[in-house]
Write a protein that binds this ligand. Structure first.
Ligand code: ADP
Ligand code: MG
Length: 649
């Protein structure tokens, strides 16, 4: 039996040091945090050979008084914490009093520092944690620490170090995070003699984002700013179209500390639900501020994980802030893709929900209130602190042309022999929104070019601040807005979004149609089994199906707004939705997408101008921005952009 002995203190120190100092990046992190805690406004970090050769940090903070200099390198020596009670309200980045002890234990360290009060500075050299004498030295106010030969006395650790390039990359990432979390501090990072980062420290996050993450990233950002109860959220998120291939551009700070958090990632991504393409992830620089008593930072030695006292509140605050910002964001400017060809859709307006229908028939109890948003995932923590009351809501522009109204209008309208499509653009029909800038009539296109059947002219029910100039490629609506901007709207994408929102908000199952002849969809055993297992779900979506044996499903009823000829194809897609959905809610969501798509007018189809007006209205009011897959619904060209194209500006 070996004897049990207490470890010699320097062995214990080396073990403890290993927990804090894992790699060069952890040294840099600790040193920068000390500089921040010291009130520095400018921090320069220099590394050589990924930090294994040398790490030098210079700050203009408060410095350390000469007599206290050796103390700072003792374990559990800190100026930031005194009592146990202080642990519950940590406001500084450091508090363990371990970093300097740990770093100096596994390296050769030099420190040069001066406080404002001292006339000369003090210097100290430590070798493997063993300090030499404190010496007087000339120094500017602030502190410089140089760490050389990291892990020189811990060969086992040295063996595990990655290539210098990997360490450089880790420090680089860290410096970005540090710079982003402190826009008020100017950070400079020099690696092997080359400046890799330099932020102005002007206090503006956008400047720091620009300097740290690059112009490309900084360009596609949406500012977010909100508060829910005691949780404040601010920063920037990527526009839904600027989705990235990974989560690497998600940066979160909690009370100024860079952290990784699945909770925050989930809340962020929930805000993009149905706005971002599958497989794409939003980027962000999001700062969450909570009272120091509502978060525990002392759960992980590297301090990159925190525990929130009220996770639900934090989730809600982040989710709603992001969602509101995206809602308020303007339609992006991107080039849409070409479309397929198709046929005329006859039942565009027959997409009302049951409630509206019954109401119109005078049989319904009450109209269906439009449900606003999907509720975020439930959490076990009790809901509290009423963010609802404080929340800044974006008043949605009212639906001035509800589909139902058009439906009615269309049915009640006496047949007219009016000029064909886009009569609204003709001088007689056009309302002049502003006398000083009347709309110029569109150049009359030959009927063949429009290729529309004889149509009734439906005037907008009220003066709209836009006009439809035409439709091109049977896919894109061309629209001129009051601010002289030109919009191209993808009619399928817009309609898909309208359908999706309607389906999602619906509180009653959709109207159904009984097929004159039931359709036997041959799907194969696997798909058929999938569908038959999910009959209740299909029922909710308006399908009545039954087993027909041998991998065939018999369909008797389908939703009213799905083309009967599309039945088998729709079911195939639904089977795919069921297969790929990992949870019930994901399967539901997939189905919503399919239903919304199937019920939408397609690019290539000829559309009624009134249909197009409904869509334009939704887009212009800001209600519709992205199709449920995150593709853009509209592209906006400002007058200035056009002028630039034609070299007029
Ligand atoms: P902690 O940061 O957890 O307090 P450290 O070992 O990192 O522990 O630092 C010990 C103490 O040394 C700090 O509490 C602080 O008083 C002082 N110190 C460290 N770095 C600096 C610096 N750059 N400027 C001023 N004081 C510093
Ligand atoms: Mg520290």
């Amino acid at each position: 039996m070996p004897h049990i002995q207490q470890l010699e203190s320097h062995v214990a120190d080396l073990i403890a040091a290993g927990e804090v100092v894992e790699r060069p990046a952890s040294v840099v992190k600790e040193l920068v945090e000390n500089a921040v805690d010291a009130g520095a406004t400018a921090v320069v970090v220099e590394i050589q050979r990924g930090g294994m050769g040398l790490i030098r940090l210079t700050d203009n903070g408060c410095g350390i008084a000469a007599p206290e200099l050796p103390t700072a390198f003792l374990r559990h020596a800190t100026s930031k914490l005194r009592t146990e009670a202080d642990l519950g309200k940590i406001g500084t980045l450091g508090f363990r009093g371990e970093a300097l002890a740990a770093i100096s234990a596994v390296s050769r360290t030099d420190i040069l520092t001066r406080t404002a009060a001292a006339s000369t500075g003090a210097a100290l050299h430590l070798e493997g944690g063993v300090p030499g004498p404190v010496e007087e030295a000339g120094a500017p106010e602030g502190t410089t620490i140089i760490v050389r030969d990291l892990f020189y006395n811990t060969p086992a650790r040295l063996k595990f170090m990655k290539k210098d390039t990997a360490e450089t990359a880790a420090v680089n990432g860290l410096m970005q995070h540090l710079a982003l979390s402190h826009p008020d501090i100017s950070f400079k990072f020099i690696k092997d003699g080359v400046e890799a980062l330099h932020t102005p420290g002007d206090g503006k996050l956008v400047s720091a984002v620009y300097a740290a993450l690059g112009r490309e990233f900084a360009r596609g950002l949406v500012a977010v700013d909100g508060r829910g109860g005691e949780v404040a959220v601010s920063g920037f998120v990527t526009a839904p179209l600027m989705g990235r291939g990974s989560r690497s551009m998600q940066t979160f700070f909690v009370n100024g500390r860079y952290i990784k958090s699945q909770l925050l990632t989930a809340a962020l991504e929930e805000g993009y639900r149905n706005q971002m393409m599958k497989g794409k992830f939003p980027g962000c620089v999001l700062s969450v501020t909570v009272p120091v008593t509502a978060v525990d930072v002392n759960v992980h030695p590297a301090k990159t994980v925190v525990k929130f006292a009220r996770e639900h509140d934090v989730f809600e605050a982040v989710y709603h802030t992001v969602l509101d910002a995206l809602d308020a964001d303007r339609v992006p400017q991107t080039t849409p893709k070409a479309a397929e060809t198709g046929k005329v859709r006859q039942d565009f307006f027959q997409t009302m929900d049951v409630g509206t229908f019954r109401q119109r028939q005078g049989t319904a109890p009450a109209p269906v209130p439009p449900a606003s948003r999907p509720a975020p995932p439930k959490s076990d923590t009790p809901a509290s602190s009423g963010w609802n009351t404080e929340w800044k809501t974006h008043a949605k522009v009212a639906d001035s042309v509800p589909a139902a109204a058009f439906y009615q209008e269309r049915r009640e309208m006496p047949p007219r022999t009016a000029p064909p499509a886009f009569a609204v653009a003709s001088p007689a029909a056009a309302e002049v929104p502003k006398p000083e800038r009347p709309f110029v009539p569109a150049i009359p296109l030959p009927q063949a070019a429009l290729d529309l059947p004889e149509q009734q002219t439906i005037q907008p029910p009220q003066e709209a601040p836009w006009r439809i100039a035409g439709e091109i490629l049977h896919t894109y609506i061309v629209c001129e807005a009051e601010d002289a901007a030109v919009w191209l709207i993808d009619k399928h994408a817009a309609h898909e979004r309208v359908n999706f929102d309607r389906l999602q908000a619906a509180q009653e199952p959709p109207m159904r149609q009984t097929l004159l002849q039931p359709v036997a969809a041959e799907l194969g055993r696997e798909d058929a089994a999938l569908l038959l297992e999910s009959l209740p779900l299909l029922e909710q979506f308006g399908f009545a199906c039954e087993d027909f044996g041998d991998g065939t499903v018999l369909v008797r009823e389908i939703p009213a707004d799905i083309d009967a000829a599309d039945t088998a194809a729709t079911l195939e897609e639904i089977a795919e939705d069921l297969r790929t959905g990992r949870s019930l809610s994901e399967r539901r969501e997939n189905l919503l997408h399919t239903m919304a798509c199937k019920a939408a007018i397609k690019g290539g189809w000829t559309s009624d101008p009134a249909e197009l007006r409904v869509l334009v209205d939704k887009v212009q009011s800001g209600e519709v921005k992205y199709c449920p897959h995150g593709r853009p619904v509209a592209v906006k060209l400002t007058k200035h952009e056009l002028e630039k194209m034609f070299k007029r500006a």
